[in-house]
Design a binder for this molecule. Structure first.
Ligand code: HEC
Length: 454
């Protein structure tokens, strides 16, 4: 009773504030309000033997981290979904972020002293993830139809970076289309040491599989990056990434006899670890084959390819321009940097001179090459001649927690301590008829939604 007295005194002056504050403080407890949020958005990684440093299952486990949780949640570092919420496309297929309401609840809970509440209010526990799960399975797409595995490489505790390149057969007797692909390291431990893994397709004779729809201007053809873009890739994976899910009626075609050429970048982490990669492929059913190919493209964030010069203890910025030679739908955005990466923005400059921000990640974190997959009706569509302008910012100062040595000069290179910048985007090209049809479809849909809103 005595606790209530000050509130009653204050109530005369600021009734609404005191009412809501005390109501919220009385209500938000770990057992009733926070545990369900942690189950839905955190425990997948924050459980014993998974990739996160601590478990967030019981109150006893979570309580010591309350302050850190508040900080990570308010800055939207956790869950690792870092796309800016104020510009660009905002509808995604794989959004794992907290809602504003969930963020408020967590903050309210911490600010009220992180009370446990009544353990009887706890939701039933969620089964633990005991294996190196497929994110596609986690998200309800079922197990992959096909799994292709690379050999493993034993990385010493201390060593220079290694690029482990091997080939695997694709065990198919007939042409099949992939509607979703996911690469994962071959073990949970491998998730610590495998930085990236690209599965290139080694073609029999399939010129259509080679991307011809973008170019960066004549001098770019002398540069390795365009070779990367023209070699068809089944998928690129990097630390923290999940799957690629193609739009309805689009996908990647696999032909009997083709092979996968793996390009796996492995770095030493102070412990000997054996790792390789495996790719899970979810196939379109026979008779439901899509009409369109989706091409994976690395849109460069560095003009003239590889000229990158980041002095010690500085911030730096570069930009790259890529012309779309065909009308195109962009299916996703996955920023790629190494340790000094800070921010990346993708902007489209249209032939009519107008421009729009497609996506922006302001607080990139090297541990999280999160793939932001646009919702089908939100995936941006651009006419041929549009310039995709990628801006990249680097932080080579002490303020960047991932920076191993801010006193070092950093240049372009493949090692984790070197730097690079590009936006991985799956692109579907449309002929004029398809392009106009899609624009018309979107227009009708928008009009309907506006009507419905009235
Ligand atoms: C996809 C996996 C994943 C999800 C989902 C996730 N985390 Fe994390 N979390 C990690 C990993 C890995 C780290 C350590 C690396 C890092 O800091 O990025 C981490 C670090 C943290 C830290 C910092 C710990 C320290 O050492 O200071 C906090 C706090 C945290 N997470 C809270 C949360 C909360 C709260 C949620 C849910 C709202 C959440 N995380 C969701 C994987 C995840």
């Amino acid at each position: 009773m005595t606790r209530r007295v000050p509130a009653l005194v204050l109530a005369a002056v600021v009734v609404p504030f005191v009412m809501t504050a005390s109501a919220a403080a009385a209500e938000v407890t770990f057992s009733k309000d926070i545990a369900p949020i942690f189950q839905a958005k955190c425990q997948e990684c924050h459980q014993p033997n998974s990739i996160a440093p601590m478990s967030l299952i019981t109150y006893q486990e979570a309580r010591p981290w309350a302050k850190a949780i508040r900080e990570r949640v308010i800055t939207r570092q956790m869950p690792p979904w870092h796309i800016d919420r104020s510009v660009g496309v905002q509808k995604f297929k794989n959004d794992m972020s907290l809602t504003d309401e969930q963020v408020d609840k967590i903050i309210g809970w911490v600010d009220a002293g992180a009370p446990e509440g009544n353990p009887k209010d706890l939701p039933p526990p969620k089964p633990l993830v005991t294996d190196n799960e497929w994110k596609g399975v986690r998200d309800g797409y079922g197990p992959p139809d096909l799994i292709i595995r690379s050999p493993e490489y034993v990385m010493s505790a201390q060593h220079q970076d290694v690029w482990f390149r091997t080939m695997s057969d694709i065990p198919l007797a007939e042409p099949r289309w992939a509607k979703m692909v996911e690469i994962r390291p071959t073990s949970l431990k491998g998730r610590r040491t495998l930085h990236h893994s690209v599965a290139y397709l080694v073609l029999n004779n399939d010129p259509d599989a080679i991307n011809k729809g973008t170019a960066n201007g004549p001098d770019r053809f002398r540069d390795g990056d365009d070779l990367v873009n023209r070699r068809p890739q089944l998928m690129e994976w990097a630390i923290g990434k999940g799957y690629d899910l193609f739009r309805p009626d689009t996908g990647r075609l696999l032909l009997p006899g083709e092979k996968i050429a793996w390009d796996q970048h492995i770095h030493a982490v102070g412990e000997e670890i054996a790792t390789g990669s495996e790719i899970g492929i979810w196939l379109y059913k026979k008779g439901e084959e899509p009409k369109k190919r989706s091409y994976l493209i690395a849109f460069t964030g560095i003009r003239n390819g590889r000229s990158l010069d980041i002095p010690p203890n500085t911030l730096a910025m570069t930009e790259g321009f890529t012309v779309l030679k065909e009308n195109a739908v962009l299916e996703n955005f996955q920023p790629h940097f190494h340790l000094r990466g800070k921010s990346m923005q993708v902007e489209a400059i249209l032939p009519d001179g107008s421009s729009q921000i497609v996506s922006y990640v302001g607080n990139f974190n090297f541990n999280w090459m999160t793939n932001y997959i646009y919702a089908d009706d939100a995936a941006p569509v651009f006419p041929k001649g549009t310039v995709i302008h990628v801006s990249a910012w680097y932080d080579n100062t002490r303020a960047n927690k991932n920076n191993p040595d801010p006193d070092q000069w950093v240049g372009y290179g493949d090692r984790t301590v070197d730097e690079m910048a590009h936006a991985w985007i799956n692109v579907v090209y449309l002929n004029d008829q398809e392009y106009n049809a899609l624009l018309a479809e979107r227009k009708t849909k928008n009009a309907k939604e506006t009507d419905a809103g009235n």
